[in-house]
Structures are given as structure tokens and as C-alpha cells.
Design a protein around this ligand. Structure first.
Ligand code: ADP
Length: 499
């Protein structure tokens, strides 16, 4: 803790927040875990313990679900007007904005990302998501439906009602932002929530819990239970009184969530892994595509489900683009997130470090060549050098599997059909990028890529209004935009004869 906070002056609240064990939020009270256990959250830049956090397990999940159930069935939340709900969500956004520096500091220390990135991406993104969703609270509408029953005239209409008690399990790559993607629409729809942050990065969600209370969101509406996936997460996913589970994380765990949800057939939405193709045609603005390919893979240290981890470049431009991306990679300055000179921080955990280094070893052993990076950086903290691999092909693990680190494989393609078959040759379908000056070709490729997002001449462009989610094994459902409200509402059909 001490080493990192020396780097820049962090918000006072950060030092205070990590100085004592953090409790969990159940029914409007900050409580210890039923077992009395805590778990450590580490600073990935040093490997040292950053804070101790109450360790939730089945019993805590049971208490949290009971609180959420009571708040949904008979608490003030369900009686509140949509306008009042919207106002409270907006107030929460204002409070997050007020404490931006504290959130950015906590995020940087707990996750490892550069403070500057947390300031411009994570925190404002979360504020914007709550504001966007606050607006939706008053706009969730049904329809009137003309029906054709012979004999009498009917009035038929639909209502969109909150799905009920929602369990939300989020990952560690954008801890606060993912909490906002989950909580924003659930609250706008009128649901109550049990949120389980990732065990690697629980701190910003716990600070958010304090602001949920300060905003005046009633007790029991938002419950936050930190803990491990196999225990607290699994208990939430299988809980018989949870109506819906929303999960963001690996495809592997997504499949476990589906199985766990089968017991009471709760609704499930999943935002899972990816192996996104970023495609450069020779007629593209190559400088822009080099910058875009670098941003696509190195942003957030490659720890993005939509990372452009497979770079496909048309044969004639291959050498120039690969050299350009390798040059960009070697310019990136690695260091603790809280140091002002850092462009890229550490990976989130020792487990991730070992996982990414394992992939690098496997790729190099199978004949890949690193034209930038290729291994760990230093021997303290969990740093990996930004890496560009060539001499790779579709059968290699590094090309097929999600690495979730700053590692891109570059492969040349011959023509459009070759490209489409290579780009779509994956079990994933989350995102993709296309770089070309030929507008018709860009839209043609966009229509053929089996992915939930296609970025043309850009990458990693997100907006609260723009739906995001996956084809194939990248997930079920869409987050953000008005599409997400479908995940948090049930449709009720009502009809009556009127003549
Ligand atoms: P990663 O592999 O990137 O760490 P995970 O998919 O393992 O991502 O984790 C994402 C979230 O899922 C975390 O909050 C984690 O605690 C949770 N999780 C992990 N395993 C399970 C499980 N078996 N059941 C429910 N949640 C889980």
C-alpha cells in the first residue's frame, strides 16, 4: 500500500478506505460475513496486500437475497414512481462524479490500470451509464395490440414489469464500470439487486455501496456481497429465490452459470469472452490502423473481452502494419498505475500473469515469433510486455483461445473470402474492427462478420446508448442502449372485451 501511494497524491478517501477491513452491504447495513472471514485484495503492481474485505459465502448470499426479495415484494422501491426512481439513480451518478478522484485512485490501486485511464474512461463511463439509465426509468413502456378475436372488440395491451430479484456477478477488468452496466438498468427497471464484485477488485463496488445509501436508494434494493466465485458467486447463481442472473466474465464460468441457473430456470444474460479480429485492408489509412490495432489490443493491458487480439492484415500491407504495431508496443511505458509516467500497468493478479506467460510460452514453442515483447517485465508485480506475435496460424492455441493479456497475433490474408473465413473461424463473436477507405467494402465486411460489434476505422468506441454483447459463445443478450431493458423486464399481456 505504502509503495504505491507514494507515487502520486491519491485522494484522501482512498487511503482511508483501504486502511481498515471493508464490510459487505446487506439490507442497508454494513456487516461482517456470517463466518467472520475476510480475504485480501492485492495491489498488482507490488503483489502486496492492499485491503482486507469481508468474505461472503452462501449464508451471506441467503441474507442478501432475502433482503432484496423483501425490498422488491413489499419495500418502498416497488411503490416508488418511475420518476422518483430516475431521480435517485441520477443522484447516485452525481455522487460518483463528486468522488471521481477516490474511485479513480481505488481502481488504479486495486486493478493496476493507469490512474489517467481510470479518470477518463472508467469513472466518467460509470457516471454516464447511471445518467443514461436514470432517463430510461420513465420510458419503459408496453404497447397496445390490435387482436382479431371474432365476435367482440378487445382492448389488449402489454406491460413491461421488473423481472424481480437480480443476481449480478461482475469481473475485475473494469470494476466500477461493470457495476454501473449492471446496476443502472436493473434499478431503472425497478428490480432489486445482489451484486457480487470480483474477488480481485472488490473495493470500488464497496465505495459505490456507500453512495447508494447516500443517494437515498432504500435499504435492501442494492446489496453488495464480495467473495469468491466458487462460493459466493455459485450460491447466487443457483439461488432459488433469484429471478435473474446477469454475468460478465469468462465463457468457461458463463457455462457454469447457465447450469447453476437451471434449478429454478432463472433468466440469464451473459457477456463472455472474445477473440476479436481486427482487420486491416491495404487501402486503409495505415497510420490510423496501426494506432487502432495497438489501442485495440493494448488498452487496459489486453484485459478486455473485446480486445482486438487477432490482427488480420492484407498481404501487401502486412510488414508495414506489423512493424508499426511492434514499434507502438515497444514505446509503451510499463509501471504502477498510480505513477504519472505509466502507459500500461500490471495484469490484475499472479494467476493472470501465469496464464498470459503460459500462452506466450506455448505460442513460442509452437513456432510463433515475438516481434515485440514476448514475456514478463521485471520480477516484482504482475507486468507483461506488450507483445506482437507473427508466424502464427489458426491451429495454435494463441490464435484460438482468449489470452486476456497484451498479446496480439498477426496473420496475413489474401482476399475478402479468405479474410471472412479466418475472422469468423472462432467460437467467439463479441467484437471486430475493419480498416479501409472503401466504404462499400467496409459495410460488406461488417455484414459478413459474426460479431455483436463492428468498429469501422475505429476501435473500442463505447457509449451508454450503443448495445454491446456477443454472438456465438460470447454471450446471451445485449447490455447498454434500450436493448438492455429487455434483460431486466418481463412482458405481461393484458386483455379485456370492451364490446
Ligand atoms: P476471470 O477468469 O477473468 O477471472 P471469471 O469468469 O473467473 O473471470 O470471473 C468473473 C466473475 O465470476 C468473478 O466475479 C468471479 O468471482 C465469478 N465466478 C467465478 N467462478 C464462478 C462460479 N463458479 N460461479 C459463479 N461466479 C463465479
Amino acid at each position: 500500500m505504502a509503495t504505491a501511494t507514494q507515487a502520486v497524491r491519491l485522494d484522501e478517501k482512498v487511503t482511508q478506505f483501504v486502511s481498515k477491513p471493508r464490510k459487505m452491504l446487506i439490507n442497508g447495513k454494513w456487516v461482517e460475513s456470517a463466518s467472520g472471514k475476510t480475504f485480501p485484495s492485492y495491489n498488482p503492481a507490488t503483489g502486496e496486500i492492499l485491503a482486507h474485505v469481508a468474505e461472503g459465502d452462501r449464508e451471506d448470499i441467503n441474507r442478501a437475497v432475502a433482503a432484496a426479495r423483501a425490498a422488491f415484494d413489499s419495500g418502498p422501491w416497488s411503490k416508488m414512481t418511475p420518476s422518483e426512481r430516475g431521480r435517485l439513480i441520477w443522484k447516485l451518478a452525481d455522487l460518483i462524479e463528486k468522488h471521481s478522484e477516490a474511485f479513480a485512485g481505488l481502481e488504479s490501486l486495486d486493478n493496476g490500470k493507469p490512474l489517467a485511464i481510470a479518470r477518463v474512461a472508467d469513472v466518467p463511463g460509470a457516471v454516464d451509464m447511471f445518467r443514461y439509465m436514470a432517463g430510461w426509468a420513465t420510458k419503459i413502456e408496453g404497447n397496445t395490440i390490435p387482436i382479431s378475436m371474432p365476435g367482440s372488440k378487445f382492448l389488449a395491451y402489454t406491460l413491461r414489469e421488473p423481472v424481480g430479484v437480480v443476481g449480478q456477478i461482475i469481473p475485475w477488468n473494469f470494476p466500477l464500470l461493470m457495476a454501473s452496466w449492471k446496476l443502472g438498468p436493473a434499478l431503472a427497471a425497478g428490480c432489486t439487486v445482489v451484486l457480487k464484485p470480483a474477488e480481485q477488485t472488490p473495493l470500488s463496488a464497496l465505495l459505490l455501496g456507500e453512495l447508494v445509501q447516500e443517494a437515498g436508494i432504500p435499504d435492501g434494493v442494492v446489496n453488495i456481497v464480495p467473495g469468491y466465485g466458487e462460493t459466493a458467486g455459485a450460491a447466487l447463481a443457483s439461488h432459488p429465490d433469484v429471478d435473474k442472473i446477469a454475468f460478465t466474465g469468462s465463457t468457461e464460468v458463463g457455462k457454469l452459470i447457465v447450469q447453476a441457473a437451471a434449478g429454478n430456470l432463472k433468466k440469464v444474460s451473459l457477456e463472455l469472452g472474445g477473440k476479436s479480429p481486427n482487420v486491416v485492408f491495404q487501402d486503409a489509412d495505415l497510420n490510423a490502423s496501426i494506432a487502432g490495432a495497438s489501442l485495440g489490443i493494448f488498452f487496459n493491458h489486453g484485459q478486455c473481452c473485446c480486445a482486438g487480439s487477432r490482427l488480420y492484415v492484407e498481404e501487401k500491407a502486412f510488414d508495414e502494419v506489423v512493424e508499426g504495431v511492434a514499434a507502438e508496443a515497444s514505446k509503451i511505458r510499463l509501471g504502477p498505475g498510480v505513477e504519472p509516467t505509466t502507459d500500461m500497468g500490471p495484469l490484475v493478479s499472479e494467476e493472470q500473469l501465469n496464464r498470459v506467460c503460459g500462452y506466450l510460452e506455448s505460442g513460442l514453442a509452437e513456432g510463433a515469433k515475438a516481434v515485440a515483447g514476448g514475456g514478463r517485465h521485471g520480477d516484482k508485480g504482475y507486468f507483461v510486455k506488450p507483445t506482437v506475435l507473427v508466424n502464427t496460424h489458426e491451429k495454435m492455441k494463441v490464435v484460438r483461445e482468449e489470452i486476456f493479456g497484451p498479446v496480439v497475433t498477426a496473420i496475413p490474408f489474401r482476399d475478402l473470402d479468405d479474410l471472412v473465413s479466418k475472422a469468423n473461424g472462432t467460437v467467439y463473436g463479441l467484437a471486430s474492427g475493419v480498416w479501409t477507405r472503401d466504404i462499400a467494402k467496409a459495410h460488406h465486411v461488417a455484414s459478413r462478420l459474426r460479431a455483436g460489434t463492428v468498429w469501422i476505422n475505429c476501435y473500442n468506441v463505447f457509449d451508454s446508448a450503443l448495445p454491446f454483447g456477443g454472438y456465438k459463445q460470447s454471450g446471451w443478450g445485449r447490455e447498454m442502449g434500450h436493448e438492455v431493458l429487455e434483460l431486466y423486464t418481463e412482458v405481461k399481456s393484458v386483455c379485456l372485451p370492451i364490446s
